[in-house]
Design a protein around this ligand. Structure first.
Ligand SMILES: NC(=O)c1ccc[n+]([C@@H]2O[C@H](COP(=O)([O-])OP(=O)(O)OC[C@H]3O[C@@H](n4cnc5c(N)ncnc54)[C@H](OP(=O)(O)O)[C@@H]3O)[C@@H](O)[C@H]2O)c1
Length: 330
């Protein structure tokens, strides 16, 4: 089978197509004939040499795929050969075949294409776990999403709105802000031109946001602390602007603020299976009725993974997806 390997760390040109033997599923694995694979920022970090795959994962990139099941291990009972599935992986999605633990596999809703389905697992698992489980966002509360135009941000906006929360989001251009409002955000802040702290305090009558989903880090922590509500929750999922920051401990105590965060890839399979169950119960029904949908920016053939990574490095809105020969054939 064809895979896309990182031949050398650095620019997108380090991504090259190689031939590898097919993988043999273990007893709890589902083997998937990949039709499409989502591209995520962590893949870019892996390409740069900053995000090694966890022990036991394939060393080629790719955290999510959609395709048809072509074999299952002896202990797998939740899917059958021929099923249309999407799966969260800890690596190895940029390939014509991928193995996923059965607990990380979900059915593809009938109203979605394989390309759309491949854009779901990484962002939906991350957003569910961080906004709903860690951030405990409730209906009627306000969520502030930084990086609203990202794959993650576009899902967080839709999920929070669908669950009855109010959403404010930041992005780096006026055009992206316009699209965030179109997607359902109640307010959008161009962080290059406006101070998001003032904007959030203004939009919430001085109360602040109840939950902040942050991928920026660095000096954003101090600014998030100034626009989070009493009893508010700040959830870190990345630190694009720096992994260390100053924290006003007194403000944290007086306003009873929670600062938390998580990273999905290295979590145990049982944790991912529990998140998958929650998504099946609470999120896929929203997709099935068209209340949520993955936002696809651009699609490339698997062989053009380097181009796909260039698209990640340039302005994009939502997700970049790779499609295999099987996916192109339908
Ligand atoms: N913790 C986890 O489990 C987990 C899982 C998946 C992803 N992540 C992280 O979540 C983030 C989004 O992932 P993705 O794949 O959706 O990436 P993506 O589509 O490439 O989005 C990155 C976003 O970051 C924003 N951004 C970059 N630098 C910024 C800055 N200095 N200030 C404000 N915003 C900035 C960009 O906003 P503009 O384009 O508007 O400037 C862009 O929307 C990544 O950092 C990724 O590593 C974490």
């Amino acid at each position: 089978m064809k895979i896309v390997m990182i031949r050398q760390f650095g620019g997108p040109e380090g991504l090259v197509v190689e031939d590898r033997p097919r993988l043999i599923p273990g007893e709890g694995d589902v083997s998937i004939a990949v039709h499409a694979a989502g591209v995520n920022r962590p893949d870019v970090l892996q390409r740069l040499g900053h995000y090694p795959p966890p022990a036991g994962a394939p060393d080629w990139p790719g955290l999510e795929v959609a395709g048809t099941v072509d074999a299952v291990g002896s202990a797998v009972t939740n899917v059958r050969v021929g099923d249309r599935v999407m799966a969260l992986l800890s690596g190895g999605g940029y390939a014509e075949q991928a193995l996923a633990p059965a607990g990380s596999v979900l059915p593809v809703p009938a109203n979605l294409s394989m390309v759309e389905a491949a854009a779901i697992p990484e962002t939906f698992f991350t957003v569910w776990h961080n906004v709903i489980e860690r951030g405990r966002l409730m209906a009627g509360e306000t969520l502030l999403v930084h990086g609203g135009a990202s794959g993650i941000g576009t899902v967080a906006i839709q999920l929070a709105r669908a669950r009855g929360a109010r959403v404010l989001a930041t992005a780096g251009t006026a055009e992206k802000c316009r699209r965030l409002l179109e997607l359902g955000a109640d307010g959008a802040v161009n962080y290059r031109e406006e101070d998001f702290v003032e904007a959030v305090m203004g939009a919430t009558g001085g109360a602040g946001a109840d939950v902040i989903l942050d991928m920026v880090g660095g000096d954003y922590l101090e600014r998030n602390m100034r626009c989070v509500a009493e009893d508010g929750r700040i959830v870190q999922i990345a630190h694009l602007r720096g992994k260390t920051a100053q924290l006003d401990i007194n403000r944290l105590m007086v306003r009873r603020i929670t600062v938390t965060g998580s990273t999905l890839r290295a979590r145990d399979a049982s944790v991912k299976a529990a998140i998958a169950d929650a998504i099946r119960a609470h999120v896929l029904p929203l997709v099935e009725v068209g209340q949520m949908r993955p936002i696809i920016d651009v699609v490339f053939p698997l062989e053009q993974a380097a181009e796909a990574h260039r698209a990640m490095d340039e302005d994009h809105f939502g997700k970049v997806v790779l499609v295999t020969a099987a996916g192109q054939a339908g």
